[in-house]
Design a protein around this ligand. Structure first.
Ligand code: ADP
Ligand code: MG
Length: 313
């Protein structure tokens, strides 16, 4: 089996999508962009041994790679459209490729994303990377930098399941069998908040995905917006088996944090219901320039670390 055969067998699916003028097979892909839209582009890379363990199910690695990119597209309020896949394989393991491609393509299909190309090489370390391209109506994207003083801060989902799953796997030598369903899904098959986010872009001032830790991402919103925030820990819905501090700094939760003006807050419960998604108000944007943390109105000291950073010492 050579490079061409791998691409043909595992990654080439019939494309039934009008926007794709040339997909896999030519030197480069061609797509036509919807009129009145801007392109939104993101990419995410996962390395074996760093972002997933050797024991991680191949299906889950593929699913998560697509889902993590979807989460970034959702955070912009865009609709995902086209994906490109870069693979560096350390061996030709067909059963791994079968599981990986199934997870990746199932997640893509569930969100109307088509795989239109990529690159396949061999190398010392298994490395998988997706570039995802979406569309958003002109100037409608949600930015991190647009939070306004007095906005209410919301977060989707339950926080800490992914971090507690990771902790569990590290302690139990990566035995996946006794993860709870909530832990497994949060770590490997996170729901993408795409449909919710497409409606949020009409009312939200700022949005970010919290995959590097809720506190860290809220600080980024505040720093880039030139604001501060009051964060109420007791309002954050927490996973079981994890401390509040680990939940808000742990990361890996592919949920959205967003801020909206007071006048729109009564729309939130309707959206939560419509998209079957827990949405919790966890604080508000202030003009303080720092994130002040409270628990039941008591001020809480800042944790030493806010979230995940590849290069932090
Ligand atoms: P070239 O040698 O011109 O770069 P390639 O042999 O790398 O072409 O790729 C041939 C076709 O297969 C291209 O359309 C490319 O986008 C696609 N492709 C290569 N690797 C992948 C992959 N892992 N997933 C999807 N498409 C791929
Ligand atoms: Mg190539």
């Amino acid at each position: 089996m050579n490079e061409k055969d791998i691409i043909q067998k595992y990654f080439t699916k019939a494309i039934n999508e009008q926007s794709v003028i040339a997909g896999i097979g030519d030197d480069a892909a061609i797509v036509s962009v919807s009129s009145g839209c801007e392109l939104v582009m993101t990419t995410d890379t996962m390395l074996e041994g760093k972002h997933f363990s050797k024991q991680a199910p191949a299906y889950a690695v593929g699913y998560k790679l697509m889902a993590s990119n979807l989460s970034d597209i959702a955070a912009m309020g865009a609709a995902p459209r086209w994906a490109m896949l870069n693979l560096t394989l350390s061996s030709l393991d067909q059963s791994w490729l079968k599981g990986f491609s199934k997870g990746l393509l199932e997640c893509a299909q569930a969100h109307n994303v088509v795989l239109i190309g990529g690159d396949t090489t061999s190398g010392d370390c298994l490395n998988v990377s997706v570039q995802l391209i979406g569309e958003v109506p002109i100037s409608k994207a949600m930015l991190r930098s647009n939070a306004q003083v007095n906005d209410k801060i919301y977060v989707t989902g339950i926080i800490g399941n992914a971090a507690s799953a990771l902790r569990h796997l590290q302690q139990k030598k990566f035995n996946h069998h006794n993860l709870s369903a909530a832990q497994y899904c949060a770590l490997y098959m996170p729901d993408s908040r795409i449909n919710l986010a497409i409606e949020l872009r009409e009312i939200a001032n700022a949005a970010i995905d919290i995959s590097d830790g809720l506190l860290n991402e809220l600080e980024i919103v505040c720093n880039t917006s030139g604001t501060g925030a009051k964060l109420q820990l007791d309002k954050i819905p927490l996973a079981k088996e994890i401390s509040t501090e680990n939940a808000i700094t742990g990361g890996e939760d592919y949920e959205l944090l967003f801020t909206i003006p007071d006048k729109y807050t009564d729309q939130i419960s309707l959206l939560a219901h419509k998209h079957d998604c827990l949405i919790s108000q966890i604080g508000e944007i202030t003009n303080n320039n720092v994130v002040d943390i409270y628990e039941y109105n008591r001020s809480i000291p800042h944790p030493k670390r806010s979230g995940y950073d590849h290069f932090a010492k």
